[in-house]
Design a binder for this molecule. Structure first.
Ligand SMILES: Cc1cc2nc3c(=O)[nH]c(=O)nc-3n(C[C@H](O)[C@H](O)[C@H](O)COP(=O)(O)OP(=O)(O)OC[C@H]3O[C@@H](n4cnc5c(N)ncnc54)[C@H](O)[C@@H]3O)c2cc1C
Length: 439
C-alpha cells in the first residue's frame, strides 16, 4: 500500500497536494521539503507588500502550525537529487528521504538576460518574500532605479518603487508595454498612468551593460550610448521553471515537466504540478504552461488526489487573472493575444501561454476613458476578454468564457459597433445565469 508521500516545494501547488493527500489518507506519511524559511505565503501578495498596501503579516494564508496539526512533516532544505529506482531523495545537506510517491512542485525562478553586470549588488528580481524584503531594504538608499522587462511583474516592481518615492526609469525594447497580450490602446492606458505616477518610460531601448562602482550598480548603459545613473536595477524578463531535478533523471520535458491530465510525469510514481509543470489538455491536445496561482493550486490538489490513489483528470479552465496594472484593476481571461513581446523571454509571472494565443475570433471593443473592454468573439463562444477599470463584467465574462456559453443569439449585436456592448453582455449574462441555475 502506498503510504509515504514526499512533496518538493512548499508553494501553493505543494501545499494543496499535501492537503488533498491528507483528506484521502488520514494515516499516510506526508513530508514537504522546502528551501524557503518563510514556507508558504501569497506570492501575488508580494506586489502589494512592495507598494506598502499590505503588511508582511497578511501574506500568510496558512501557518506552519496548521500544517503540523494535519500531521504533515516539514523538512527545511533543498532537494538535490532524486533516485527513482531506489525511490529516495537526497537533500543538499546529505539527508535521505524515502518515498512511494513524489510530487515535484518546485515552481520557477526569474530568468536573467545575457547582460554584463547582473551579478552586481543592487541588481534585484522579484521571485519570493526574501527578494521583496531585499528590495525594500535597498529602496531606503536608492534615489533612482531602472526596471527592465515586460508583463505583470516588471510593472509591479515599477509601481512598488514609485510608491517608495524612487525615480523610476522603465526600459521597453519596442514601442509599447506587454504587446503579446495587450492591444495598442490598452498599453497606452497603462503607460499614461505610469507617467502620471512620475515613471519615465524609454521606448526602443535596450540595456547593453549594468555599470559598476566598487561592485555596486552605478548605472545602465544603453545601445544608443546613453547612460542612466542609478543605484538599483530590477530585472523581470520572464521565468524559467526549475527543471534541474527532473532533467537529471530524464523525465520527459519541453518548456516544463510534461505531465498527463492526471499530473503524472513519464515516471509513474512521480507527479509534477504548478509553475514547473507543462500540463496536457485533452480538449486541445496541447501541453500548456501557466504561471498563475489558481491553476497551480488546482493542479497541486488534483495531483494529490491521484497520488493518493484517485483517477481525477485536471480540467484546464480558461486561465484568468484579476490584477492591477498601473493602479488599474484589469481582468484577463482566455485567449486575447497579439503574438510576440520582445521584453519577455518566455512566460512571465502571473501569465499564461493561453493568453498569448491569437484566437480565431473577432474583437468587440468598448473604450471610455480608462474603462476599457475587449471581448474575443468566436463562432459560437466567447474565447477571451480583457476588462480594464470598471469590473462589472469581469465575473460574468469569467463564467461565460469558462462555461462556454452559446452566444449565437447575441453574436451579431456583439460585433455591431453601434450596439451597446456592456448592456448586451449584461442582459445575456442575466438570462444565461437564470437558465443555467434552473438546469
Ligand atoms: C511577484 C509575483 C506576482 C505574481 N502575481 C500573480 C498574479 O497576479 N496572479 C496569479 O495568478 N499569479 C501570480 N503570480 C504567480 C503565482 O504566484 C505562481 O503561479 C504560483 O505561486 C506557483 O506556485 P508553485 O507552487 O508552482 O511554485 P512556487 O510558489 O514558486 O513554489 C515553489 C517552491 O519550491 C521551492 N523549491 C524549488 N526548488 C526546490 C528544491 N530543489 N528543494 C526544495 N524546495 C525547492 C521554492 O523555493 C518555492 O518555495 C505571481 C508571482 C510572483 C512572484
Amino acid at each position: 500500500m502506498t503510504q509515504r508521500f514526499v512533496i518538493i516545494g512548499t508553494g501553493v501547488a505543494g501545499i494543496a497536494a499535501a492537503q488533498a493527500i491528507r483528506q484521502q489518507l488520514p494515516q499516510a506519511s506526508i513530508t514537504l521539503i522546502g528551501d524557503e524559511p518563510d514556507l508558504y505565503y501569497s506570492r501575488p501578495g508580494l506586489a502589494y507588500y512592495l507598494t506598502k498596501e499590505l503588511p508582511e503579516s497578511s501574506l500568510f494564508p496558512i501557518r506552519r502550525s496548521a500544517l503540523q496539526k494535519l500531521n504533515i512533516g516539514i523538512v527545511h532544505g533543498r532537494a538535490a537529487q532524486i533516485d527513482p529506482d531506489a525511490h529516495r531523495i537526497q537533500l543538499a545537506n546529505g539527508q535521505n528521504l524515502p518515498y512511494d510517491r513524489l510530487l515535484i512542485a518546485t515552481g520557477a525562478s526569474a530568468a536573467l538576460p545575457k547582460l554584463p553586470g547582473t551579478e552586481l549588488e543592487g541588481v534585484v528580481k522579484l521571485d519570493n518574500l526574501a527578494d521583496t524584503r531585499h528590495i525594500i531594504k535597498l529602496a531606503r538608499k536608492t534615489r533612482t532605479a531602472v526596471v527592465i522587462g515586460g508583463g505583470i511583474t516588471a510593472l509591479e516592481i515599477v509601481e512598488g518603487l514609485a510608491a517608495r518615492k524612487i525615480a523610476v526609469h522603465y526600459l521597453l525594447r519596442r514601442d509599447r508595454y506587454w504587446s503579446s497580450v495587450l492591444e495598442d490602446e490598452e498599453s497606452r492606458v497603462i503607460e499614461t498612468r505610469l507617467r502620471e505616477e512620475g515613471v519615465q518610460i524609454h521606448y526602443h531601448t535596450q540595456a547593453t551593460q549594468i555599470t559598476e562602482k566598487r561592485g555596486r550598480v552605478a548605472g545602465v548603459l544603453m545601445q544608443d550610448g546613453r547612460q542612466i545613473p542609478c543605484q538599483m536595477v530590477a530585472i523581470a524578463v520572464g521565468i524559467r521553471p526549475r527543471l534541474e531535478l527532473a532533467a537529471a533523471i530524464g523525465l520527459r520535458m519541453e518548456r516544463g515537466i510534461l505531465v498527463n491530465e492526471f499530473l503524472q510525469t513519464s515516471q509513474p510514481d512521480i507527479y509534477a504540478a504548478g509553475d514547473v509543470a507543462q500540463v496536457f489538455d485533452p480538449l486541445t491536445g496541447y501541453y500548456n504552461m501557466d504561471s498563475l496561482w489558481g491553476p497551480a493550486r488546482q493542479q497541486g490538489y488534483i495531483a494529490g488526489l491521484n497520488m493518493a490513489g484517485g483517477q481525477s483528470p485536471y480540467q484546464k479552465l480558461a486561465p484568468f487573472n484579476v490584477t492591477r496594472l498601473a493602479g488599474l484593476t484589469t481582468t484577463i481571461i482566455g485567449a486575447v493575444g497579439n503574438g510576440q513581446d520582445d521584453d519577455l523571454v518566455g512566460i512571465a509571472r502571473g501569465d499564461s501561454e493561453t493568453w498569448r494565443q491569437l484566437p480565431a475570433a473577432i474583437a468587440a471593443q468598448k473604450g471610455f476613458d480608462i474603462n476599457r473592454m475587449r471581448v474575443m468573439v468566436g463562432s459560437q463562444f466567447l474565447i477571451g476578454a480583457i476588462v480594464m477599470g470598471d469590473q462589472t463584467l469581469s465575473l460574468p465574462l469569467q463564467h461565460l468564457i469558462a462555461e462556454k456559453a452559446d452566444i449565437t443569439a447575441i453574436r451579431d449585436d456583439l460585433l455591431n459597433p453601434q450596439a451597446n456592448l456592456s448592456e448586451t453582455l449584461l442582459d445575456f449574462w442575466t438570462s444565461w445565469r437564470n437558465d443555467y441555475a434552473t438546469q
